[in-house]
Design a protein around this ligand. Sequence first.
Ligand SMILES: *Cc1c(COP(=O)(O)O)cnc(C)c1O
Length: 360
Amino acid sequence: MSNLIARLTNPNIATLAPYESARRLYAGGQDWLNANESPYANPYQLDDTKLNRYPACQPVSVVEQYAAYAGVMPQNVLVTRGADEGIELLIRAFCRPGRSSIMICPPTYGMYAISAETCDVSVIKVPQHSDFSLDVDSICQQAGDVSLVFICSPNNPTGTQVAKEDIIRVLEHCADKALVVVDEAYIEFAFSDNWASALQRYPHLVILRTLSKAFALAGLRCGFTLASDAIIQTLLKVIAPYPIPEPVAQIAAQALGEDPIARMREQVDIIETERQRLTDALSAMDEVTLVGAQKANFILFRTPAKDALMRDLVDNGLLIRDQSKQLNLQQCLRISVGTPEQNTRLLSLMRDFFTRGETA
Ligand SMILES: *Cc1c(COP(=O)(O)O)cnc(C)c1O
């Protein structure tokens, strides 16, 4: 039997490993500062009188409210099972297995490459410069070979924002070559223009958004793809018939109301204040070098003792994320901003750790 399974498994799947979340590996912890989630859990209501019916494929009030929030037309919005599903739908709709490629700019979010691999689509990597700016010349040189160019801004895990001129150059160069996907999962934390207003101008621009980060709904699994009507219509051909469960639609619709959006902005303000406090405290530590920038709800830093520090924090039930396997991020760890209490606890654990002077 196992021979049969091995023989039938797609070769591009065979080498992959099932996703293992850090939460599963360190189940004993209490403070999760590893997945860029919001520390706030907000209350919602559930109407259970419709659960016997299949949900709408694209719940109208969610689409309309998100369109209003993002400043686009409803026909330019697709609701998905998290932004991650948007990534996969783009690859399934616009890349041919065994033939097409996507482009990514590491160090960056891991799901672009993972989704491509599961679809037997190859990944062309154009590393960022050492200051984490895009290598626009190399991107343009290779853009003719790919169907999709993924740009993450603010970028996970470097917290850097891509310069507007760089995205414009990529967009103009790719106009008749590839779709340019700008992942704005952290846009609410960055004080700058987002790209939604440029959709009219660039019909090959795609924007990814999510309720998982600033909206504090990672457990909901709800994201959005913003794009031209033609792209949205194509994605609707590959999305499942009922991708958004009724409870998800109900809660997303509530989260996009006026008061919950105001609440989200207040929580973002607190997270940004805390991010600054953490940034100041970490940069005052001799053993820590901040890496990248802090335009999202996390902080990336390098420390020679990263393994020992990580172990010490885990022993104290506090989990952060190891990013050291990413290109040019040797010895780097990423902290998601938590509640003020969690951040204070993290800082005091780190100070104690460095005072003891352990090394890797
Ligand atoms: C968290 C994250 C996502 C995925 O968001 P979901 O909506 O939870 O699937 C997408 N892109 C980036 C860069 C992220 O950090």
